[in-house]
Each structure stands twice: as C-alpha cells, then as structure tokens.
Design a protein around this ligand. Structure first.
Ligand code: ATP
Ligand code: MG
Length: 326
C-alpha cells in the first residue's frame, strides 16, 4: 500500500533539510507518495496566509507529515498543523552521538510530553488590574492516553526505565490526577515505572542521565525537561521530534528556520533525517528506521560534518554520505 506523506519544508533551512530527508526516504525500498505543501513567512507574503487551507487539509489527510520550520509565522503554522494531525503526544528523543561534543555522552532519553492540556491550555485571565490567573486542566482521559503511549513506546523501543514526572506533592489535584492515571495504566497493563518530582528530576537528569530512559511528562514539565536534555547532548541542532495523534502524526526537527545560515547550503540535515526515521518507525517500517538512524550515526561519527559540528561539508555532502551508508 502506498503511503501518502505530506512534505512541508516551510521557511529558511526547512527548504534545505526537508528535501535532504526526502532524498534519504527515497533511497529506501518503501512505497511513499510525497505531496508538497506550502506554509510559512514566504507564503504569508505571497498569498496573505501563512497556512493555506489546502496545506492544513494535506496534513490532516496524509498518513504522516514531514515538516521543516516556519520563521516569524511559526505559531500560525505549527500550532494548527499539530491540530490537523490531532496530536496528543509530543515525542522528543535526546540522545548523545559518538563524534559529537556533548555534556553527557551517556544520554539516551525520550520525552513523551502531553500535548493538549496542562498550563498550556491557554485559560488565562486578568481578574483585576495587575492580578492574573491561569487555569490548569488535567484530565484522566488525556493522562491515561499519554501514559499508555509512553509505556508502549518504551516497550517497543527497548527502554527499560520509564519515569512519570510530576509535582503531585504541591499540585495535589492536577498532578495528583496525572500520576494516578499513569499508575492506573501501569497497573492495568503490567508496566514497570518510577515516578519522580520534576524539579528533583531536572537535577538527576543533569547528573545521571544514564539512569533514565522514557520520561512521561505533563505539558510544561515536558517542554522544560526536554530542552534541558537537549543541552545535555549538545544543543538543538541534532534533535528530531514527533507530534503523534490517534490516526496521524507530524515529524519535525526541534530547531527552527535558522535565518542566520539559510540559503548557504550548510544546514545540518541530521535532525530532519532523524525525524524521518521516526516517521518510518511510526508507520511500521522499524527496520528502515533503524537503518536510517544507523546511517546518520555513522556520518556523525566519521564525517563529513557541517560547520555547526566543526566540519566544512555542505548539506548535500552530508545527505549523500547518509544515503551512501544506507
Ligand atoms: P526560528 O525563529 O525559526 O526559531 P532561530 O533564529 O531561533 O529560528 P533556530 O533554528 O532555532 O534559529 O537555531 C538556533 C541556532 O542554531 C542558529 O544559530 C542556527 O543557525 C543554529 N541551527 C539550528 N538548526 C541548525 C541546523 N540544522 N544546522 C546548523 N545550524 C543550525
Ligand atoms: Mg528558535
């Protein structure tokens, strides 16, 4: 069966790294049909809207979407696109690679971040001049869903350690609910896990990342902890991510449009190629995903490398080397 992959490069280096990832996918023996969609700053300028309806529909109806980056219009593009794929989980692996400078070379973490509620639900008000409030929504349904996804992810990706992050000692009702729902899923399905207070966890991740694997988090904690882990492995440049929905998903590098280097042909395609590997895995092509990941690892360790990693190779050189390793 041919799978329909929406390809939305967007702005800046998105125009360079997304075609690179598509080239890698095309080198595999999988039947994908790629359909390109427009979004971002340039589209806003040309057509008066950053995310045309047809691009939203393309992502909503595709089997998966590969997205690059949007510049100034990022919020107008990526938030609706995540909604188009009905994303409830943000999956962010943070892994150190041999040959790449990192603070903690033993880091191999995956953050499974709840993506629909918590303090990011946007229910804020100013109840009096200078007095503001925020309503934090945590439901049993969404918490069970993210916990189940996290446990299954750990199971099918060979992670032994699963940690549920929370602050239930202070946010007794909301994080209490999050933890209670996660524990219920673990008990029903027979999964092993630990739970950890998110502040202490931040410190432990910094000091002993090797003791952790999959970390299941409420929305804000996942945002903060996964950025901390990005720092452990050497910055945002190599990190892929997935926004996973029930029927659909969108894959994107964690980095943005990098206007400072856009158009020079020197962007590192690794984060987007690794996002494509996550796409493969999500669609059930686990072996191909592993091959792509291994090829990226090989090139990161042996070169060629783009300037962000201290080399002088171009995006095209690195992509060709990845395809070669396949
Ligand atoms: P945006 O506004 O789209 O988020 P930004 O200016 O915040 O863009 P990022 O894309 O977040 O830029 O990148 C931050 C820094 O990391 C920039 O200096 C950028 O050049 C660098 N960078 C990001 N991604 C890559 C990449 N794939 N290859 C090389 N350098 C990168
Ligand atoms: Mg940025």
């Amino acid at each position: 069966m041919t799978e329909l992959i929406a390809v939305i490069p967007g702005d800046g280096i998105g125009q360079e790294v997304v075609p690179a990832a598509v080239e890698v996918l095309e080198a595999l023996d999988v039947e994908f049909e790629f359909v390109e969609g427009d979004a971002g700053d340039a589209v806003l300028e040309a057509r008066g809207e950053a995310l045309p309806e047809e691009t939203y529909e393309l992502a909503a109806n595709a089997d998966a979407t590969l997205f690059g980056a949007a510049g100034e219009t990022a919020a107008d593009v990526i938030l609706p696109l995540r909604e188009a794929v009905d994303s409830f989980a943000n999956v962010r692996p943070a892994r150190a690679y041999p040959g790449v400078d990192s603070l903690r070379p033993e880091t191999d973490l995956v953050f499974i971040r709840e993506n629909t509620e918590g303090v990011y639900s946007g229910i804020e008000s100013e109840i009096a001049e200078g007095v503001t409030t925020l309503t934090r929504v945590i439901t049993d349904d969404a918490s069970r869903k993210i916990a189940r996804y996290g446990f299954e992810y750990a199971d099918s990706n060979g992670f032994d350690d699963v940690t549920v992050a929370h602050k239930a000692n202070v946010m007794r009702m909301t994080d209490g609910q999050f933890l209670e729902s996660a524990v219920a899923v673990a008990e029903e399905e027979g999964y092993e896990y630990d739970d950890a207070l998110m502040d202490a966890l931040a410190m432990h991740l910094l000091l002993r990342p090797e003791e952790y694997g999959v970390v299941i988090c409420p929305n804000l904690a996942g945002d903060v902890l996964s950025d901390l882990a990005a720092g452990l492995v050497g910055g945002l440049g190599l990190l892929p991510s997935a926004n996973v929905g029930e029927e659909n998903a969108l894959f994107e590098p964690v980095h943005g449009s990098a206007p400072d280097i856009a158009g020079q042909g020197i962007a590192n395609p690794a984060a987007t190629v690794l996002s494509a590997a996550m796409l493969l895995d999500h669609l059930g092509y686990g072996e191909d995903a592993d091959r792509v990941t291994a090829a990226v690892e090989g090139v990161l360790s042996d070169g060629p490398r783009t300037p962000d990693l201290g080399g002088d190779a171009s995006t095209t050189d690195v992509t060709a080397a990845i395809v070669d390793q396949l």
